[in-house]
Design a protein around this ligand. Sequence first.
Ligand SMILES: [Zn+2]
Ligand SMILES: [Zn+2]
Length: 318
Amino acid sequence: MTDTQDRPSRTTQAAGFVRSLTRLTVEEARSGLETRDRVDWMRVIPFIGIHVACIAVIWVGWSWTAVGVAALMYALRMFAITGFYHRYFSHRTFKTSRFGQFMLAVAGASCVQRGPLWWAAHHRKHHRYSDQPADVHSPIQHGVAWAHCGWFTTRPNYATDVSQVKDLAKFPELCFLDRHDALVPALLALSMLGLGALLEAVAPQLGTGPWQMLIWGFFISTVVLYHAVYTINSFAHLVGSRRFETKDDSRNNLLLALLTFGEGWHNNHHRYPGSVRQGFYWWEIDLTYYGLWVMSKLGLIWDLHPVPAKLLEDGRRH
Ligand SMILES: [Zn+2]
Ligand SMILES: [Zn+2]
């Protein structure tokens, strides 16, 4: 065998190099070790479009009603993303019925942050690899901007890693929502148009209409919600205090906790992700927990998993 036969030809080498620029190896994709320079621009267009649509506020103007609806949509959906996508689907910190579970998934899907399986799969990996190279949104490993809103723009991160969420993939209705993740957001956008048209017809003194309601109630509210939620990936591993010595750089931060309805108690959460509460003590404001507590009193959810007493005791010493 000659030397030339052993070595790959120049053409094969060049093809391999080009492929490595555009596509990850299976191993890389599985471990989440993709790099920041592989943005899949086609996939990012809807995300950019949602931001660009907000510029239309120049033409539709504002009204107290539209701003109020936008704020309400922010609050309801922040509760849905933290209470349902995070504390239920990612960590299973409480129980509900199968129909209840579907409704939680629909509410979570209205946040325009993909489907419940996709969200939970990535989040479970975040806990597994926290602040290690395979943690795709670690600000320590990949920088603040990438952790904030870069990591989900890559092709491998666009896919749902079902191996992480086998417990959820058993339910065809959840898989349906995950596969058709634009459905609920589209219905929400249409509802906003409908609400605006209705209010214009029955209460014209409110000064709103379908297009204004769409821009405020859907687009602006969604963009603000996006960047508030993203602060947990970008800043809650950088800014704040550490009550517990966890293997990552998670922090507790009151400001982020207020903005995200409790998610800012991120060091607590990394210490014990199985708890329905992230504010471990009465002074750690956790609006999502209060909402879930009310839902449990109404019988909508049950078996809320508490923080172990020993952990609360340990935490007090810090
Ligand atoms: Zn984290
Ligand atoms: Zn978590």
